[in-house]
Ligand binder design. Structure first.
Ligand code: KIV
Length: 255
């Protein structure tokens, strides 16, 4: 898989994307055949325990992209540029370069930033756009693009990013009909999260998909496993075994 393969998949089949933040999960989902792995700045919430993505640093991203890249053989690895790492063209070029050196094949950035996107693509760095709900700057996590003016702005932004040559655009939390209009209006594939079925592909936060959070699941997520419950039960069994001296048994011991 490379970014041109992703482009070619538009209209052929749906593109599959999951987030990952560490070596072992990256290895598992790559071997299972995922097309693209996003080392998202959602890392701030699901791995680092922050309220939002605003505290994620370049150092955080580099460390986790390196870990993911070590586990990946075939998927494309996309690294999120964290907040304030692309405030200027110079910062964007330097920081995107650092993410690529860490093992990303492409970078993602939020919003319509034509000057930055153009400079990165001219430098040979593939860019994934991100429109709709933009967690780095959003005041609330509500669906975007319900109002006509907002919807028209998102469509215009998508067309602009498309004309600049982004290899895909993430559409987060927008009405499905708006996502359909954008998907039809642009040549580049759209990757939806909370954007309905008409997008060219789907992305989910891995931890949401495997049910890591205690009872919480965003409306847009499909939960395939209740890992929170499974891990809790496994830990309780371990605690009981240690207290009852059933673990370690003879087979775990050295003579
Ligand atoms: O950071 C992230 O995981 C993302 C996805 C929600 C698209 O940007």
């Amino acid at each position: 898989m490379n970014v041109d393969d992703v482009r070619r998949l538009k209209g052929v089949r749906k593109i599959t994307v999951l987030t990952a933040y560490d070596y072992q999960i990256a290895k598992i989902i790559d071997a299972a055949g995922i097309d693209m792995i996003l080392v998202g700045d959602s890392l701030g919430m699901v791995v680092l325990g922050y309220e939002d993505t605003k505290q994620v640093t370049m150092e955080d991203m580099i460390r986790h992209i390196q870990a993911v890249a070590r586990g990946v053989r075939s998927a494309i690895v996309v690294g999120d540029l964290p907040i304030h790492s692309y405030d200027t063209v110079e910062d964007a070029l330097a920081n995107a370069g650092r993410l690529m050196e860490a093992g990303a094949h492409a970078v993602k950035l939020e919003g319509n930033r034509p000057d930055i996107v153009k400079a990165l693509i001219e430098r040979g760095i593939p860019v994934q756009g991100h429109l709709g709900l933009l967690p780095q700057t959003a005041q609330s996590m509500k669906v975007k693009g319900k109002r006509r003016s907002e919807a028209e702005r998102i469509i215009a932004d998508a067309k602009k990013l498309d004309s600049l040559g982004v290899f895909s655009i993430v559409l987060e939390c927008i009405p499905m009909d708006l996502a359909r209009r954008i998907t039809e209006a642009v040549e580049t594939p759209t990757i939806g999260i909370g954007a309905g079925v008409h997008c060219d592909g789907q992305v989910l936060v891995m931890n949401d998909m495997i049910g890591m959070d205690d009872g919480y699941s965003p409306r847009h997520a499909n939960v395939y496993l209740d890992l929170n419950d499974l891990i809790g039960k496994a830990v309780k069994s371990y605690i009981e075994d240690v207290k009852a001296e059933r673990f370690p048994a003879d087979r775990h011991s050295f003579h």
